[in-house]
Design a protein around this ligand. Structure first.
Ligand code: PGA
Length: 250
């Protein structure tokens, strides 16, 4: 069975709850698709507005972060139960901005992956190398380490539910997209690693996204690659034209 393409937006720290409502109301029509899954990950405070605005459409809502404990004295954090109760179904973890600015480690990401799965939230686990690492020729070693640690303790049954997003840091928000060949090479490398860890069936089923300056102009070429199953889209998911990424094949 062919993997279904996932067009996932990552709004980052943009849009208020009222702006969220208005934008999703506009996006509903543009993002209609029977062949592509559509996801918008929004700031935690915007999740209820997003869920309400997306109700009855094909747009699913996700969170951008989550803590790995159930509840307690963790001022400012958001628990899996809160995310589920608010109606979100996905959660991003290990985004390079969270790793860089907020010290999220591979071990944290692993705890988050396990906790999200426990709550039936789909983890969107990000990985990616810096420009220096690419120039040093250690891209795949770095990515393999991030993914391997992220997946520690995840069963084969659960592993297929995880979405892995490959986002080269040098391509995020820079307008510098990796070429489709560069993106495919790493996404294939990730699938090969999943095959080593979990076997063929899981490797064939798990979805691997590319992220980093995806836009309506380059989505078709990227998504056509064998091992790229969609995109994690930042800037271009804040506009109604995100629908052109969703409908990349039309
Ligand atoms: P970008 O961000 O599409 O704006 O480059 C992608 C991401 O950080 O997920």
């Amino acid at each position: 069975m062919a993997r279904k393409i996932l067009a996932a937006g990552n709004w980052k720290m943009n849009k208020t709850p009222s702006q969220t409502k208005a934008l999703i109301a506009e996006m509903r029509e543009a993002c209609k698709s029977e062949t592509v899954d559509v996801l918008l990950c929004v700031p935690a405070i915007c999740i209820p507005a997003a869920v309400e605005a997306a109700a009855g459409s094909n747009i699913q809502i996700g969170a951008e972060n989550m803590y790995f404990e159930e509840s307690g004295a963790y001022t400012g954090e958001i628990s899996p139960e809160m995310i589920v109760d608010a109606g979100a179904t996905y959660v991003i973890m290990g985004h390079s901005e969270r790793r860089d600015y907020f010290g999220e480690s591979n071990e944290d990401v692993n705890k988050k992956v396990l906790k999200a799965l426990e709550h039936n939230l789909v983890p969107v686990m990000c990985c990616g190398e810096s420009l220096t690492q690419r120039e040093q020729g250690i891209t795949m070693d770095w990515i393999r380490q991030q993914v391997k640690i992220g997946m520690i303790g995840v069963s084969a049954e659960d592993a297929v539910k995880v979405v892995i997003a490959y986002e080269p840091i040098w391509a995020i928000g820079t307008g510098k997209t990796a070429t489709a060949e560069q993106a495919e090479e790493v996404c294939k490398g990730i699938r090969d690693l999943i095959r080593e860890l979990y076997g063929d069936a899981v490797a064939e089923e798990i979805r691997i996204l590319y992220g980093g300056s995806v836009n309506p102009g380059n989505a078709a070429e990227l998504f056509a690659k064998e091992d790229i199953d969609g995109g994690l889209v930042g800037g271009a998911s804040l506009k109604t034209s995100f629908g052109e990424i969703v409908n990349y094949n039309k």
